[in-house]
Ligand binder design. Structure first.
Ligand code: HEC
Length: 169
């Protein structure tokens, strides 16, 4: 009886172990990559330096903040254009919300999107060297949304290496 149980447990464990690598890989491949570009939410971005806040009028009614990794911040500080490979910009967006503690204060409400631009001049040569990703609750938005990114950035700020945000004074 006991041997059977042990054998059973061992077989189960072997099964679990053999299933593990493919599961981990599946998760990794799943690591929330944006369509077209394969961009992911960069690790540790919440600790990056703020470049500027922004606000979007109705109907979106959002508060936003753009953060940059050290390579991006350095490029902006030194007015290096184009941005070097490895530069990453992240824009966090929230619904505007009236503070319950102070009537005239507007604070971040529900998080709406995390948007990412990654500079890799070779990989993203056809889109100005930038790869784009828009995430909602950690999951990439659909293909159609990713088809809009470059067009708008190209139409408006091509001369500034496709980046809208300036350092806040
Ligand atoms: C219709 C125009 C438009 C489209 C489409 C658009 N953006 Fe932007 N994006 C902006 C504007 C304007 C800003 C400046 C910050 C702000 O006002 O929110 C910006 C800023 C950004 C920033 C911060 C860096 C910068 O350029 O200032 C990132 C990152 C970003 N967008 C990613 C994306 C991604 C990813 C997509 C597609 C899923 C996208 N954008 C589509 C207009 C657009």
């Amino acid at each position: 009886m006991r041997t059977i149980r042990t054998a059973c447990a061992l077989a189960q464990m072997a099964l679990l172990l053999s299933a593990l690598p493919s599961q981990v890989m599946a998760q990794d491949a799943h690591a929330a990559r944006s369509p077209i570009y394969g961009v992911t939410i960069p690790e540790g971005y919440r600790k990056w330096e703020m470049i500027a806040p922004a606000e979007e009028a109705a109907p979106l009614d959002e508060l936003r903040v753009v953060l940059g990794n050290p390579a991006a911040v350095k490029a902006i500080e030194n007015s290096t254009m184009p941005f070097p490979d490895g530069a990453i910009l992240v824009k966090l967006a929230y619904k505007r919300k009236q503070s319950s503690e102070f009537e005239t204060a507007t604070i971040p409400g529900q998080a709406t999107t995390v948007q990412v631009m990654v500079k890799d001049s070779r990989r993203y040569a056809s889109t100005g060297g930038w790869g784009y990703g828009r995430f909602i609750n950690g999951q990439p938005a659909d293909l159609a949304q990713h088809q809009t990114c470059f067009a708008c950035h190209e139409a408006r700020v091509k001369s500034r290496d496709y980046v809208f945000t300036h350092f806040a004074p």
